[in-house]
Design a protein around this ligand. Sequence first.
Ligand code: HEC
Length: 453
Amino acid sequence: MTSRPAHTRRSLPEVLCAAPLAAFLLILIPIQTPQAPAGEESTPTYYRDVLPILEDHCQVCHRPGEIGPSPLVTYPQAGAMARLIAGVTSQRTMPPWFADQQFGRFANDPSLTPREIGILQAWANSKAPPGNPADAPPAPHWAEGWKISQPDVVFRMTKPVSIPPRGDVEYTYEIVHTGFAEGKWVQQCEIRPSSPENVHHAVVYIRPAGSSWLKNAPIGVPFTASDMTDEQDRRDTHMTTADILLVYAPGSSPDNWPDGMAKFIRAGSDLVFQMHYTTHGRAKIDQTSIGIVFAKTQPKQRVLTLQLTNDGFVIPPGVDNYRVEVHGSLPNDALLLSFFPHLHLRGKQFDYNILHPDGSIETLLRVHYNFYWQLSYRLAQPRMLKAGTILQAVALFDNSKNNPHNPDPNAAVYWGDQTYDEMMVGFFDVAVRADLDKMNYFIRESSPAMRRP
Ligand code: HEC
């Protein structure tokens, strides 16, 4: 996706892949014994003690229309599930979060404190009393369907896509004109599938006016690589230098940049939706939208999504801890904001490190990788990285029969689009000077000659 592969090993396009939103969780986090809230005499009640926790940590997914299977919004809903709630929270399988607590602090870490876990436990143990509705916290305000503020503009795929009941679906694209007469700074944005259970991932790219990328592709109708008669167009579906506006996968959070930072869409750009659909036994229709909130003031910094990619590996059959790494040096200063690791079903662990000149390795994030929960990890404190800083991504793969998700432990595994293939991409967001686009960012201003991995 990057055009000047300075610290990305290659220009790679199809960073995301194939597979269903599973109905189960891979539990990697040790069970922790919850403690009763210290010094709390009275039994916790739903309205006073439990509801605030559900509002802050659970309802983002567990409300009607969201991906959590059971709403946890009313007392009858939560009361009936008190035992289950106590169970999944004390095992730390809910809320979903996969960063190793040893490394880094993340602004979007939804994890409960031991005290909160204790409250849920004590509440369930005392038959889940409702308490007094007057103690309830103010109801949270969920914008109609959106997690971001009410969007200034919504672009919806013009034509709905028909998803067959079964089989692999080729990556499906749809191009939508923005009609922007001037450049726009994007402060918040969110992708919303209309059939979330069928959307394994979505990437929305920005295609600037005059770009030759997918130049013969139709506007406003779905198409795949196989529909392209022109050889270059066909290759273009798998290879692009275009900027990414946003990546979506189930459980991922929308973009919401702090004041002074935003992504930029040039006048006259198109948005290119790249959809990876999965099938679940029933024919479905999807028409995904992206909602955008513009920056209210002129930003000082521009946010870019970059990536560290290694597509040159072969994972031998049966190996349970196969290591793939990639590193490169930053061509210019950048403020590191967040991470989004991407592997497929054999993915086991993903680290982002800084390789310091003295030989030491500093781990910024370690994810106990779960393919079914692709999350972004936003640093609680953005980190200034000087030009020349060497950033490394390391993935571990489990291609053994002990990996319950492994589609074929006897296969040697290569890079590819489908989930039975593998990928190794470490996306990361940085803020750079407002006048730098991705191309210009990769022109080195001050740092010593580029180091190749
Ligand atoms: C990011 C979205 C998300 C958040 C946040 C979240 N859940 Fe879930 N939860 C899910 C999904 C999806 C499932 C379905 C099982 C799966 O895919 O793991 C689930 C399953 C469950 C289950 C299993 C029973 C069932 O309904 O299938 C319980 C209980 C549960 N969640 C409770 C909670 C509680 C309590 C919180 C907050 C402390 C929470 N969840 C936060 C998405 C979420």
